[in-house]
Design a protein around this ligand. Structure first.
Ligand SMILES: *[C@@H]1O[C@H](CO)[C@@H](O)[C@H](O)[C@H]1NC(C)=O
Ligand SMILES: *[C@@H]1O[C@H](CO)[C@@H](O)[C@H](O)[C@H]1NC(C)=O
Ligand SMILES: *[C@@H]1O[C@H](CO)[C@@H](O)[C@H](O)[C@H]1NC(C)=O
Ligand SMILES: *[C@@H]1O[C@H](CO)[C@@H](O)[C@H](O)[C@H]1NC(C)=O
Ligand SMILES: *[C@@H]1O[C@H](CO)[C@@H](O)[C@H](O)[C@H]1NC(C)=O
Length: 498
């Protein structure tokens, strides 16, 4: 009698074991998969200050999930952005060659002709297209010709609009964080049920803010609806041309030069007090972002002497004057008359936001989670001498004189412009990467251009070697039925014995 009972217990345990194995099999399928063959894609992010070539890859048999595409390699093009070669025959194209050769090495040869290449240019080329449409066209034609001379599948070369740049940056962030859909244990992609994260991008010539807003978008220019994986997202987005960090620094100089007497020494409140330089006036005033006229001095005047004063209050005053906080035609604005609803949800701040934040953290030891922290950190950065900074950060020598200005600019932009406050600033995280992939518009752009962001929800089954899968399933099914039959027989026998 006891012996029989232990047999039944043993069988039940076996049955449970088999059932668990079956469950595990449906969850951990990936591990028994053969090494997948990868498919690749290339995006050239042609920014205002430099170009970066990104190579992405994903398993050839999967593409519609999120988090499936990852960054394979990244190559920074030497020299300036493509717009800086305007008017120099062939130079913009040539500058890209080294990184395109790198991509040929990074991608297996058999895959070259299947690998799509996209070049997207941003604010630097937007500005060139304003100041000289012919030169901008010529640069685009030259880079297209260079890319076509490589054995990849040429797709497009274009200037992205500010709206596209903002939206693709947002797509990248949320794709990498798997906020659109997630892989369920039943072997299907499910709606993740998570909130999306807003994107804050700071480039050389423009800055973008993009987030999902439930409030009414009063200006259609700032509204964008995306349908991804069966879900509608109503985005608020704006790209501020001329508010990238390099253009802001240039506009600040122009502002100082036009409000002071340039024949004497010009005081720069954001430069460290032990920094003095001679400025080439031509270079300051040549950008289309500079609306103020060159100071009217004799034509022989081509340079000015600029002396830092390291004065936080004056720096804040002068940088605030670059923004316009008047003339809002909507219920509320950020600045320059641009409509902006209250920010909502969490944000990811990348590119120059990340680099400046990490300098602030390292140099001041202040962890920034409230507006007061940000103000304190800016004050502290502006109070540092050049000698001290060079001692602590010798590898960043060429950027050091500008950190105070950029820090104060970020303070004004985020606190007065975007209106981040004690609550919302704690939800901003400063990051440059998610996993191994860089944050920026380029991944989102490639996903969209290559139709890897389906509008409707996807319902992919796991890709497993079908033979192995079926044999395993049959084996487990056999085990379960044998055990079941055994238990039933035992129970029947027990009954008839009674
Ligand atoms: C340059 O700007 C004009 C006017 O906004 C626009 O129509 C044109 O498409 C732009 N050129 C490129 C190459 O994007
Ligand atoms: C701008 O900087 C100059 C020079 O340091 C200073 O005299 C002036 O007061 C500043 N302006 C404001 C509004 O703070
Ligand atoms: C936006 O934020 C302000 C300040 O926190 C608040 O007074 C206002 O009601 C908010 N507006 C909306 C539409 O939520
Ligand atoms: C600026 O630095 C000086 C010494 O270098 C220090 O005495 C002063 O308190 C600092 N001010 C701020 C606002 O950090
Ligand atoms: C991914 O989605 C696109 C568009 O919905 C579809 O054309 C394509 O076949 C899908 N790919 C896979 C592997 O399911």
């Amino acid at each position: 009698m006891d012996k029989q009972r232990s047999w039944i217990v043993a069988s039940v345990v076996l049955l449970l074991f088999a059932a668990v194995t079956l469950l595990l099999l449906t969850v951990h399928v990936d591990e028994i998969q053969e090494p997948p063959q990868y498919t690749y894609g290339i995006v050239l992010d042609a920014g205002s200050s430099h170009t970066t070539v990104y190579v992405y890859r994903w398993p050839a048999d999967k593409q519609n999930g999120t988090g499936v595409v990852t960054q394979h390699s990244e190559c920074k093009v030497k020299g300036g952005g493509i717009s800086s070669y305007a008017g120099q025959q062939g130079a913009a194209g040539r500058s890209l060659e080294a990184c395109l050769y790198r991509a040929m090495v990074d991608i297996p040869q058999a895959r070259h002709h299947l690998t799509p290449v996209y070049l997207g240019a941003t604010a630097g080329m937007r500005l060139l297209n304003i100041s000289s449409p012919e030169k901008s066209m010529q640069v685009l034609q030259e880079v297209a010709a260079t890319i076509k001379s490589f054995p990849f599948k040429f797709q497009t070369v274009k200037i992205l609009s500010g709206k596209e740049e903002g939206a693709y940056g947002w797509v990248t962030v949320n794709y990498l964080l798997e906020n659109f859909i997630k892989y369920g244990f039943v072997g299907r992609w499910l709606n993740s049920g998570r909130q999306t994260v807003g994107a804050l991008d700071l480039g050389g010539a423009s800055t973008q803010i993009t987030f999902v807003s439930k409030e009414k978008i009063e200006d259609l220019e700032n509204s964008m609806t995306l349908r991804l994986y069966g879900q509608d997202y109503s985005l608020y987005t704006h790209s501020y041309l001329c508010y990238g960090q390099n253009e802001v620094l240039r506009r600040l100089l122009a502002h100082l030069l036009t409000t002071q007497d340039i024949t004497g020494i010009v005081h720069h409140p954001c430069y460290p007090s032990d920094h003095r330089e001679t400025l080439n006036l031509q270079q300051v005033f040549e950008s289309p972002c500079i609306t103020s006229q060159r100071p009217a001095v004799s034509n022989t005047e081509t340079s000015a002497i600029v002396q830092g004063t390291g004065n936080y209050q004056h720096c804040l005053g002068n940088i605030s004057e670059i923004f316009s906080f008047q003339n809002c035609l909507f219920s509320q604005c950020s600045f320059d008359g641009v409509f902006q609803p209250n920010t909502s949800g969490s944000f990811m701040a990348f590119s120059a936001f990340f680099f400046t934040h990490s300098f602030m953290k390292k140099s001041t030891g202040i962890y920034i989670s409230t507006p007061d922290h940000l103000r304190q950190a800016a004050q502290s950065v502006c109070n540092m001498t050049f000698v001290k900074m060079s001692k602590d950060f010798p590898e960043q020598k060429s950027y050091l004189k500008d950190y105070c200005a950029v820090t104060v600019y970020i303070q004004v932009l985020m606190l007065r412009g975007y209106r981040f406050d004690d609550q919302s600033l704690t939800r901003v995280s400063f990051q440059n990467k998610a996993g191994d992939s860089s944050l920026g518009w380029s991944l989102g752009y490639m996903l969209s251009m290559s139709s890897m962001l389906p509008e409707e929800s996807v319902n992919l089954r796991r890709a497993l070697h079908p033979g192995a899968w079926i044999s395993l399933l049959l084996l487990i099914a056999l085990l379960i039925s044998t055990t079941l039959i055994f238990i039933i027989l035992q129970v029947c026998q027990k009954k008839s014995n009674v």
